[in-house]
Design a protein around this ligand. Structure first.
Ligand SMILES: Cc1cc2nc3c(=O)[nH]c(=O)nc-3n(C[C@H](O)[C@H](O)[C@H](O)COP(=O)(O)OP(=O)(O)OC[C@H]3O[C@@H](n4cnc5c(N)ncnc54)[C@H](O)[C@@H]3O)c2cc1C
Length: 457
């Protein structure tokens, strides 16, 4: 259902649409003092009972993608290109997730080592299409593992999503699921218009944090990782090495509060500055995320002040800190198949391959350090996007099903773009063939992915 139709229906129905879903206005309980029913559990957490109420149906769609990061963007475009009616929900005001809003600018793992010892491009399909569009607008540098301009990224991805016919809903967070046994009938959303529900036939969880499979009660593990905050500095090209007392950037390292001027971006004079941050953090603990945000902003500000006082660096300014905190990992799906590091280091082939990813860093395998140049390209099986319980859910991006040892490669942007497209096409075929995502014809899936220019190895 398109937005206009929804409003028409809402008016016709006097603002109260039930569509057979049991929702009653909680008038009786609202007359009571809600604090009279406060309970608490063993940990002394207090609970109130939320009054039951009618929730408007905002839209009905074939495919509902939650989260507009790299995975959600390609999932939505891919589903729409199969002909499925597709909605994309994003809590912020842009697409790209951590890639753009998190200012995590290098698109790693575009290339990998084939069996003939050649470094070949493995990221094709929508990931490559986005990359080529970025090139056209001057929003990308380097021929392998490009670094992008985040504003160009937001622009290009939004244009591609809108052109493909996807309905985008920004400034909206998915807060719950409407379950019917093992089927998600709809996803509750909240935004400035209030609380409503979008009914969907297939849902794709691209939230990065696995919000939807968590809410649906599916199986997952919550991994802890290092969380940081990325920022950008401007006027890097105005750094004046002729100033008395000037110290080269590498000599600045090691001071208290380690100062870094980061690495170049497509925007002249602007560098992006990564942050390892603090290890072993829970990316789903809101209070923790708030504390980290405050700590990191202070640290970036202090570093920036120190940098400005350093001879030669006076003109450098703090352009921005990322609007999305850098959560590298949190909930990871326990799906139909857990992809292992060994699979990916041994050129394992899968009958249900949905794409191939590459290499970006040195990894530890069998006690040996394997440099990027020696790391084999690796196939991703469809079953790793399919949850164990929920019938009409697929998962893509940094929370699909892989073992912890593979984390460094599984969470990387090219992998997210590839899993997103795989999930999107699968969702579209599930709609077309009226079958559960886990039962779709794998031959048909691979054919459609090949039609969409995905490299399957
Ligand atoms: C500090 C840091 C540095 C990194 N460096 C690199 C690098 O150099 N190169 C590289 O390739 N990768 C890097 N990564 C990894 C990579 O950026 C991420 O793993 C990747 O962006 C994940 O993509 P995704 O689509 O799965 O999720 P995300 O990028 O996290 O996007 C998820 C989107 O879903 C939205 N969302 C979440 N929950 C909801 C909800 N309930 N309702 C509505 N919307 C929701 C979010 O707002 C977000 O836009 C880095 C990560 C971090 C944190």
């Amino acid at each position: 259902m398109k937005r206009r139709d929804f409003f028409t229906n809402a008016i016709l129905a006097g603002g109260g649409i039930t569509l057979g879903i049991q929702c009653k206005r909680g008038t009786e309980s609202q007359e009571q003092n809600p604090l009279e029913s406060v309970t608490s559990d063993l940990s002394n957490t207090k609970f109130v009972t939320e009054p039951q109420r009618e929730i408007p149906v905002f839209a009905e769609t074939d495919v509902l993608v939650i989260g507009g990061g790299p995975a959600g963007t390609t999932a939505a475009i891919a589903a729409s290109r199969t002909g499925a009616d597709t909605w994309l929900i994003e809590r912020y005001n842009h697409l790209g997730g951590l890639w753009t809003g998190g200012i995590v600018l290098p698109l790693y793992s575009t290339h990998g080592l084939d069996k003939n010892n050649r470094q070949i491009q493995v990221m094709y399909g929508l990931g490559n299409e986005i990359w080529q569009e970025l090139r056209k607008v001057g929003g990308s540098i380097y021929e392998v593992d490009p670094v992008i301009d985040p504003e160009a990224g937001k622009y290009v991805m939004e244009k591609m999503v809108v052109t493909s016919g996807v309905q985008v809903l920004y400034h909206t967070i998915a807060t719950n699921v409407l379950m019917d046994g093992n089927i998600i009938r709809g996803v509750f959303i909240e935004n400035k218009s209030g609380r409503s529900v979008i009914l969907a036939k297939v849902v794709i969880d691209c939230t990065g944090d696995g919000d939807i499979f968590h809410l649906a009660g599916d199986n997952y593990i919550n991994l802890k990782g290092n969380i940081g905050l990325v920022h950008r500095l401007g006027n890097i090209d105005k750094i004046d090495s002729s100033k008395p007392g000037f110290v080269r950037f590498d000599k600045l390292l090691g001071r208290e509060g380690k100062i870094s001027i980061g690495r170049e971006t497509p925007v002249p004079g602007v560098n992006w500055n990564n942050m390892h941050g603090i290890d072993d953090q829970d990316g789903t603990d809101a209070l923790n995320l708030s504390d980290l945000q405050i700590t990191f902003r202070q640290k970036i500000w202090d570093n920036f002040q120190a940098l400005k006082k350093t001879p030669g660096y006076e003109s450098v300014f703090l352009l921005d800190t990322a609007s999305q905190l850098g959560v590298r990992v949190s909930r990871v799906l326990e799906g139909q198949y857990k992809l292992t590091l060994k699979d990916t280091m041994t050129y394992r082939r899968f009958d249900d391959v949905i794409g191939v990813s590459g290499a970006w860093t040195t990894i530890l395998f069998n006690g040996k350090r394997i440099p990027k140049q020696k790391r084999p390209l690796w196939q991703i099986p469809y079953r790793s996007l399919v949850p164990q319980k929920t019938d009409n859910l697929l998962v893509a991006g940094r929370c699909f099903c892989f073992e912890q040892e593979l984390l460094e490669d599984a969470r990387i942007i090219a992998t997210c773009l590839i899993t997103g497209q795989g999930a999107g096409v699968a969702a579209g075929l599930s709609i077309r063939d009226r079958t559960r995502p886990r039962d779709i014809d794998i031959g048909g899936l691979k054919k459609e992915l090949t039609n969409q220019d995905v490299y399957l190895g």
